[in-house]
Ligand binder design. Structure first.
Ligand code: N01
Length: 541
């Protein structure tokens, strides 16, 4: 239990714990459960009114996970695996949120989660060897802080001129109203064509009178082929979970595909072989499409061959050739986070769905009546911002974190995020980031990645306790080595070739650095090796 031990400077109560975890999504919930089991006095601070993180906030129409349900779940408790049943191949947001709530109930997590508590600043107190977290509900102090704040949790709302004058409601996909939105009879604008928009557009189109999509960059999307989950398939997973989980952990994105990965190069396949292989994977649906060949994100010729396959699909689906051309991307495929859809391109065949290309002439301003592009006003009743997130660093930087000697995280990361293993930062002792920049995180199935980080952090805290050590902090050389390593691996791929949020390119002024690390299994091996080698690269005191 946290102990209230007096008033802090702002008159609020002050609490002391061994560990404060920030965030009660899948990372924070498992961190709490794990640390509690190891006897650490832990409290979780969460700005939302409930658990679930991403799945608490992203309630937009069509919100659905694109990792298959049997794999997008915790593996830490076989009983939990057996008792929970999923209903669809890919779970929708309401079902995932129900699962998160089930986990919170099952392990009695809520008693140690402080909901509706926003962390406003975080300071390392070197004298006390403690972190001090100022929140809107008092001060928390702890020896260790675990940032389980998610990679996509700070909404990006572009600063369009006179946006505040719009007369109707506006929504961001990542902050969707809990009561839902009734678009019936309305004319709606959707700004953006990323994963959220690709899911939301077909559903909003089915509800509203008129839909106008403002597209800056066309996006590649592959059919998800969602369907009710076959009970026999669910039973097969449940009967073989240990073996299948081990297989997942051995995959570069921590998930197994419906068809085996192929490692041969796309550019060398015969036309016939290439066509049949891609067709089969397009038909099966999901990310298996991108595993048809081994070099899709490595070789530009192979990449373009796969991209051209999707371009032809778009031309085949969208009836109006001019519209099809506007919807057709020409950048590197899979360079931005790939999208899976249900009837995305098909939706544009409907007469009440319109596309406005804002690639050359950006949105000029928002007026009282709608969206203005190139002097033309598009009147709408409501605007949906599907404009993404200040990914990976945004939430951490907004918490005003200062480390040793008052160093601001914002200054340390001025030229892009710097971490060791995506787990720790020089000058910020006893601060851990779950799926932080420099770890595979967003390039993987997030739940296994989260479990790997939580297990590593828990093992580390137990080891510190055994050694009577009070602080752990990366060494500068280790951090520099790691930043260079992540960049070197990213430079072997085609990822740096387009303006993705992986690079921070979606946020004006954000330094362009590739933030996640491709390749889950080698990363896990390095983390294990570092821990076993006396936390090589970390200073323990
Ligand atoms: O955000 P995005 P998202 N004017 O950044 C456009 C995860 N996710 O919320 O491409 C006009 O991808 C922007 O245009 P451009 C997943 O990891 C997962 O859709 O920058 N347009 C882009 O089209 C995903 O990648 C799931 O030129 C502007 C869009 O807004 C991540 O979340 C579902 C603009 C933003 O796309 C983020 O996805 C949903 C401007 N000023 C999300 N600013 C699943 O699991 C931005 N845009 C299925």
């Amino acid at each position: 239990m946290s102990s209230g031990d007096g008033a802090s400077s702002n008159g609020h109560k002050s609490y002391v714990n061994e560990v404060v975890v920030v965030g009660a999504g899948f990372a924070g919930m498992y961190m709490l459960h794990k640390l509690r089991g190891l006897g650490f006095d832990t409290v979780v601070l969460e700005r939302a009114g409930g658990v679930g993180g991403t799945w608490y906030w992203n309630r937009y129409p069509g919100a659905r996970c694109d990792v298959e349900s049997m794999q997008y779940s915790y593996s830490f408790d076989p009983e939990l695996e057996q008792e929970w049943s999923w209903s669809e191949r890919y779970s929708g947001q309401p079902e995932i949120l129900r699962y998160a709530n089930h986990v919170a109930d099952r392990y009695d997590l809520r008693r140690d989660i402080r909901f509706e508590t926003t962390v406003e600043r975080v300071d390392w107190d070197d004298g006390a060897r403690q972190w001090r977290l100022q929140t809107d509900r008092g001060e928390y102090r702890a020896r260790f802080v675990v940032m389980a704040t998610g990679c996509l949790s700070t909404a990006n709302v572009p600063q369009f001129e006179s946006a505040e004058t719009f007369g109707g409601p506006t929504y961001h996909t990542g902050r969707w109203p809990h009561e839902g939105v009734d678009f019936c009879g309305q004319s709606v604008a959707v700004i953006g064509t990323g994963s959220s928009a690709v899911q939301a557009i077909p559903v909003i189109a089915s509800e509203c009178r008129e839909l106008t999509v403002f597209q800056r960059t066309p996006n590649y999307s592959v059919p998800a082929r969602n369907e009710p989950l076959d009970p026999a398939e669910q039973a097969k997973w449940k009967a073989n979970y240990r073996e299948l989980r081990a297989k997942m952990f051995g995959e570069r994105a921590a998930m197994v595909q419906r068809l085996p990965d192929s490692e041969d190069p796309a550019k060398e396949a015969s036309d016939d072989e290439f066509y049949h292989r891609m067709e089969e994977r397009w038909g099966v649906g999901g990310f298996t499409f991108y595993r048809a060949y081994g070099d899709i994100v490595l070789d530009s010729e192979s990449n373009d061959r796969v991209a051209e396959f999707v371009r032809k699909k778009i031309a085949g689906i969208v009836h109006d050739p001019e519209l099809a051309a506007k919807l057709t991307p020409h950048n590197t495929i899979a360079c931005k986070r790939p999208c899976l859809d249900t009837q995305y391109y098909e939706t544009f065949n409907q007469p009440h769905v319109h596309l406005v290309d804002v690639s050359e002439t950006p949105i000029e301003r928002i007026s009282e009546a709608g969206v203005v592009v190139d002097g033309r006003e598009y009147p709408v009743d409501a605007i949906v911002y599907a404009t993404g997130f200040d990914a990976m660093t945004g939430t951490l930087l907004r918490m005003n974190i200062t480390g040793r000697d008052g160093m601001r995280l914002a200054d340390h990361w001025d030229a892009g995020p710097r971490t060791y293993l995506g787990l720790g930062v020089v000058g910020f002792p006893n601060m851990f980031t779950v799926s932080g920049p420099g770890s595979p995180s967003v390039l993987t199935n997030m739940i296994p990645s989260i479990e790997q980080h939580v297990d590593w952090i828990a093992r580390c805290l137990v080891d510190l306790r055994k050694r009577d050590a009070t602080t752990i902090e990366p060494e500068p050389d280790a951090e520099t080595y790691w930043v260079d390593y992540v960049n070197a691996i990213a430079d072997l791929t085609l990822y740096p070739t387009c303006n993705s949020w992986y690079l921070g390119a979606n946020i004006p002024g954000k330094t362009r650095v590739f933030m996640p690390l491709p390749g889950f299994p080698p990363y896990v091996e390095i983390c294990e090796d570092v821990a076993s080698d006396n936390y090589r690269g970390f200073a323990l005191a």
